[in-house]
Design a protein around this ligand. Sequence first.
Ligand SMILES: [Zn+2]
Length: 215
Amino acid sequence: MMTNNDELLSQVLARKMELQKWDFHFRRDLYDRELVKLDELNELLDQSGVAEPRDVPDQLLWQATSSGKFSVKSIYNLAFSSHSNHDETFELIWKNVAPPRVKSFGWLAYLGRIKTSEFLLRIGIIQSDEDTLCKFCKKSLESVDHLLYFCKPVWDTWTEILPWWGMQWVPPPTFAGLLHWWKAGIVKSKHKIIWESIPFAVIWTVWDARNQLVF
Ligand SMILES: [Zn+2]
């Protein structure tokens, strides 16, 4: 988009100091929707603390460690600290008694990134003329929401389990919403571990059954 992609951050910053606004030298006039994005970008940059032009080459720094070097531990800490206040679902998944590979699967499902037909189609691994239907009902596109939540036999499982726990619900519209709802469910504290492991037992079993049909 910019006329000089090799321009250093320090040069862009120097221009900013001179003009008192960000100026990126775009190749063409921006469309209205792009101008909205540009406003957002300007705001982010102003808040980001990039300010002082320095004569050092541009480089990538990992902000989650003081050394600027990437470490797995730092990303784990970052994920926990940034999610724990906002996203209880994150806690439901990662502070769960389910085995690690089941938790990982639950996390990917929550993010919509398990290898359903819909996902493979979206990332171009399979084509739309291939069989993308749910392996159970052969009626709907196999998406995370359909496969792990709305497909009839799976739906029946979820709705069968709730009364065992004296639970009623207004079904959340997505699988991610279901996990969120589950975390908020009030059960006796001594039963909490079991309650919180149920969604993962269900989806792992569903995924296993689905794979047995596929492979
Ligand atoms: Zn189905």
